[in-house]
Write a protein that binds this ligand. Sequence first.
Ligand code: PRP
Ligand code: MG
Length: 176
Amino acid sequence: MKTVKDYIRTIADFPHEGIMFRDVTTLFADARGFRMAIDQLLNPYAGMRIDKVVGLEARGFILGGAIAHQLSVGFVPIRKKGKLPGAVISQAYTLEYGEAVMEVHDDALQAGEKVLIVDDLLATGGTCEAGIRLCERLGAEIVGCAFVIDLPDLGGRALLEKLGMKVHVLCDFEGA
Ligand code: PRP
Ligand code: MG
């Protein structure tokens, strides 16, 4: 029986030399793999109240859309700077080299709403931390952060747990 991890392809030296890129397009392209991933991402939240699913650009949109549909709730995108058309709030975060900014529409979440944050991969946790801060600034309550892949060597899980988050991952790749 194939696991979610078995559907993920590794491409060496992308986007630059020395990086082992974990490619989820092969997981998403497979009907069984994709459904397995969505079902497993949702597993811990059965019976819990979730008002909205928040997806982090870009692959978090693919997962988050499918999860929101499955739960029959709305989907909210958190995007890189300058992509959202309406009034936004912004949050800077640290990248390997330099800084980037994530944004959410300022009316996308209501105070007290319970949200699930979704992305494909957890590395340093910087991207998700920015997403958490944006959701919290809008008064939402984060039920959990769910990822297909964790790269444990990069410490993202520990960072998010320090922020009080419940982190759910489907598989990890050591030595990333
Ligand atoms: C990747 C990945 C996560 C993020 C994780 O996205 O999809 O969103 O990095 O890294 P972190 O935990 O160190 O923040 P990327 O920034 O490459 O952008 P993309 O999803 O738009 O391709
Ligand atoms: Mg991303």
